[in-house]
Design a protein around this ligand. Structure first.
Ligand code: AMP
Ligand code: MG
Length: 484
């Protein structure tokens, strides 16, 4: 693999040079062959399972890689932690893919670093499998996300509440820059470092801004805001609950990162929350847009000193950007919901229609994915139409009336709804079952079977129906954990 290490060209206070701690007996558990293809992993490595296990456990440092742990800070559940950093991850470097795009290659669970605090630097197999499955599902759902190239078992035990098999995940991301990375330097008043970081981040993600003069940092804020809006709107489309939207888990690239306590919403209810530590419901499904806004304000605060030395003038410049958030989000959200209902463009009154559909879903405790699938089916099936009419009542008739009202032909409506409404999502009870099977059998057979279906989420394959059933108890007792 041809590594470059652009982050190590920054000053050494952006990271610590540190090597993964070797593991006892590494074996490849999950391997992402198509991603490996995209990243042009050399054949001699790809076809040698032992070499792969050595390289992606951190036992063998590939030529050209300069492993580092990056430093960052972050607001966790609203409280500022001035120093976090990669406490169990090693950035190996970047590689270019087939189309010349650059990707960070990071090992997670690869041992302690100086940012580990009390932690052991390790990762258990269960959360590693979860990250692989969830990120792969998101990728094929069409949601921007970091990905997993490999899960390697370590042959070692990690101790959480109980002893668990250990694993190392290889994460692939367009970068690991987070709002928290900026907060680390901003909170120390290190404007020089902040400026360096901004230029580095713009160079990687928003090169078009390099040309801009004075308002560069304001534009930077806008761009990050737009990407994050697109991201969270996509989460809302498929029913994804991130679960830990701390500022250190909010990327500058607009990719989903950190699959610790995430879950999928079954029954539609904006208050849905599954994370065991989120007792206040801060990161509930329907709070995600508001939290994103909050996180972006934290990001804007970091940029103020670069925008203008006069604090008041700087605030004056970012205010219009942040003030536009709610309208921007609403617009994109409504556009997305309209598409879920087969409306290519919105007109007056559609907002009310969308609200009524969602209210009916919530009041009737209806499954989000199942109901939108039935609506899609209802375009061509009488049986589906009468089934969904039973649960949506008058709202169903209103929707049909609205469809008749638009120019689009039936085929276009169908197309739009197929593209917007997955037939299968990684439902919590299936994810848990597959993780359990992975741990019990020590093989990835059931994970691979699940992944085959999740990689075609808009298509009914022979095996799809095995995974479409909503949880029998509506996930009422379901809890997720950070997995640390
Ligand atoms: P996360 O909840 O994964 O976003 O992690 C929050 C912070 O805790 C990051 O700085 C992680 O590197 C650190 N962390 C989480 N688990 C461990 C662990 N087992 N050992 C060391 N650091 C950890
Ligand atoms: Mg994190």
């Amino acid at each position: 693999m041809h590594f470059s290490n652009s982050y190590t060209s920054l000053d050494d206070f952006f990271y610590e040079r540190t090597r993964p701690t070797p593991v006892h007996d590494p074996h490849i558990f999950l391997w992402n062959a198509s991603l490996a293809e995209q990243l042009m992993i050399p054949n001699e490595l790809k076809h040698d399972p032992n070499a792969l296990a050595q390289a992606f456990s951190g036992n063998y440092i590939m030529p050209g890689s300069e492993p580092i742990a990056t430093v960052y800070a972050g607001h966790q559940f609203g409280s500022f932690v001035p120093q976090l950093g990669d406490g169990r991850a090693h950035l190996l470097g970047e590689v270019l893919d087939q189309s010349g795009e650059g990707w960070d290659i990071q090992l997670k669970g690869s041992g302690r670093t100086s940012f580990s605090r009390g932690g052991d630097g390790r990762c258990a197999l269960g959360p590693a499998v979860r990250e692989f499955i969830m990120s792969e599902a998101m990728k094929f759902l069409g949601v921007p996300t970091t990905r997993c190239l490999a899960v390697v078992t370590t042959g070692e035990t990690v101790f959480r509440e109980t002893p668990l098999p250990g694993a190392v995940v290889t994460r692939v991301a367009s970068s690991h820059l987070r709002i928290g990375t900026f907060q680390f330097f901003a909170s120390r008043g290190d404007h020089q470092a902040l400026e360096t970081l901004c230029h580095y981040a713009m160079g990687r993600h928003y090169p078009e801004l390099q040309e801009e003069g004075e308002n560069q940092y304001v534009s930077f804020l806008s761009k990050v805001m737009e990407r994050q809006i697109q991201l969270v709107v996509e989460w809302m489309r498929v029913g994804f609950i991130h679960g830990v939207m701390n500022t250190d888990n909010t990327t500058i690239s607009g990719e989903t990162i950190d699959y610790g306590p995430c879950a999928m919403m079954g029954i539609y209810d904006p208050r849905t929350v599954y994370s065991s530590i989120d007792t206040m419901g801060r990161y509930a499904f329907g709070n995600q847009p508001g939290i994103l806004h909050w996180n972006l304000i934290r990001f804007a605060e970091c940029l103020l000193p670069l925008i203008d030395a006069d604090g008041e003038k700087a605030v004056h410049q970012v205010e219009p950007v942040l003030a536009a958030f709610s309208d921007r989000f609403e617009k994109e959200y409504m556009k997305m919901m309209g598409r879920k209902l087969g409306l290519a463009s919105l007109k007056k009154g559609d907002r009310e229609l969308i609200d009524s559909v969602l209210k009916q879903l919530k009041d009737g405790r209806l499954d989000y994915t199942v109901t939108f699938n039935l609506l899609t089916e209802s375009l061509k099936s009488e049986a589906a139409a009468s089934q969904v009419k039973k649960s949506l009542g008058d709202v169903f008739d209103l929707w049909q009336e609205r469809l008749r009202d638009q120019e689009a032909v039936l085929q276009e409506v169908q197309e739009l709804m197929w593209q917007s409404n997955p037939v299968v999502i990684p439902r919590n009870h299936h994810v848990e079952k597959v993780i359990q099977a992975s741990l019990e059998t020590g093989t990835a057979t059931s994970a691979e079977k699940f992944l085959r279906v999740l990689r075609s989420p808009y298509e009914e394959l022979a095996q799809t129906s095995d995974y479409q059933d909503p949880p029998s108890d509506g996930d009422s007792d379901y809890k997720t954990f950070c997995g640390t």
